[in-house]
Design a protein around this ligand. Structure first.
Ligand code: IPD
Ligand code: CA
Length: 265
C-alpha cells in the first residue's frame, strides 16, 4: 500500500516537469484548435503535456488508472486513479496571462467522481513557480507554509471567485446566479483557472469559490487543498462537489453561500 505522502511526491515531481514543459512550449509559439464550442480551445501543448504526465504515471504506477482532460480514461487495477488537467486555464495560457496551472490528483475508490475520494493533489503554476500541495490528513502546503482558509468574512462580505462556462447557453443563468451572490460579496474575481481559484481559497487569498459546470480534472486536486486547509467544499446541499456545482469556502461563510446557491441545485 502506497502512502499519501508517496503519491504526493510523485504528483509534485511530474507536475513540475509538466508545467515547465508547457511554459517552454508557450515561449516557442502557440497552436490552437477549437473543442466543444468556439470559446472552448485546446492547444497542442495541452495534448503533449497530458501525454507526458500519462507516460510518467504509467512508468511509475503501472497499475493505476488515469482520468484526464485530453485523452481516454484508463481503468485502475490498484484502486488509485490519477485525475489530470495538463493545463487548467487554457485561455489564459493562450493569451499569455500568467494564471494557468497543471492540476494532478490521486483519488481512491471507483473511477466515479461521485464516489471517489482524493488522497493527494497538487496545483502548480509554472509562471509564478507556486506549487500548492495537499494530502489527506497531511494538510495543504505552499512551500514550507501550511495553508488555512479564512475562518469567516466581515461586514463587507467575502472576496468570491467564480467562473463562466464556455457555452453561451449557460451565460444567462450564470449571470443571474452572480447577481444573487453579489450582496454577500465584497468583490468578485474571475481568474480563469478553477484549480487556482480553489488553491487561492485554501491559501486564504480568496474567501470563497463557486462554479457550475466544471469537470473533475478542473477541481479534484483543488477540492482536497481546500478541505486540508480547514475549508468546506460541497455541491448540491449536503452533496459532493461535481459538475452540477462546486462551492468552497471557510466554515463561517460556506452556509451563507450554500443557501444563496441552493434553489437551483
Ligand atoms: C476551465 C477553467 C475555467 C473554468 C472552466 C474550466 P480549462 O478549464 O478552469 O476557470 O471557468 O469551467 O473549463 O478549459 O482551461 O482547462
Ligand atoms: Ca485543461
Amino acid at each position: 500500500m502506497t502512502s499519501a505522502a508517496d503519491l504526493l511526491e510523485i504528483a509534485t515531481r511530474i507536475a513540475r516537469e509538466a508545467g515547465d514543459l508547457a511554459a517552454r512550449r508557450r515561449r516557442e509559439g502557440l497552436e490552437v484548435a477549437t473543442k466543444s464550442v468556439a470559446a472552448d480551445i485546446v492547444t497542442a501543448a495541452d495534448k503533449e503535456v497530458e501525454a507526458f504526465v500519462r507516460a510518467e504515471l504509467e512508468r511509475e504506477r503501472p497499475e493505476d488508472g488515469f482520468y484526464g482532460e485530453e485523452s481516454d480514461a484508463r481503468e485502475s487495477r490498484s484502486g488509485i486513479t490519477w485525475v489530470v488537467d495538463p493545463i487548467d486555464g487554457t485561455v489564459n495560457y493562450a493569451y499569455g496571462i500568467p494564471a494557468w496551472a497543471v492540476s494532478i490528483a490521486a483519488v481512491e475508490g471507483s473511477a466515479d467522481p461521485a464516489t471517489w475520494s482524493a488522497v493527494a493533489g497538487v496545483v502548480y503554476n509554472p509562471v509564478s513557480g507556486e506549487m500548492f500541495r495537499g494530502s489527506r490528513g497531511g494538510g495543504a502546503w505552499l512551500g514550507e507554509t501550511r495553508l488555512s482558509v479564512t475562518a469567516d468574512v466581515g461586514p463587507a462580505g467575502g472576496l468570491v471567485a467564480t467562473g463562466f462556462g464556455y457555452d453561451p447557453a449557460t451565460h444567462a443563468p450564470t449571470l443571474e446566479r452572480l447577481a444573487r451572490v453579489m450582496p454577500v460579496a465584497r468583490d468578485i474575481r474571475r481568474i480563469g483557472a478553477a484549480s487556482l481559484d480553489l488553491a487561492s481559497v485554501a491559501a486564504g487569498r480568496m474567501d470563497a469559490y463557486y462554479e457550475k459546470g466544471t469537470n473533475p480534472w478542473d477541481h479534484a486536486a483543488g477540492v482536497l487543498l481546500v478541505e486540508e486547509a480547514g475549508g468546506r467544499v460541497g455541491g448540491a446541499p449536503g452533496g459532493r462537489p461535481g459538475k452540477g456545482m462546486v462551492i468552497a469556502a471557510g466554515p463561517g461563510f460556506y452556509p451563507r453561500l450554500e443557501e444563496i446557491l441552493e434553489p437551483e441545485l
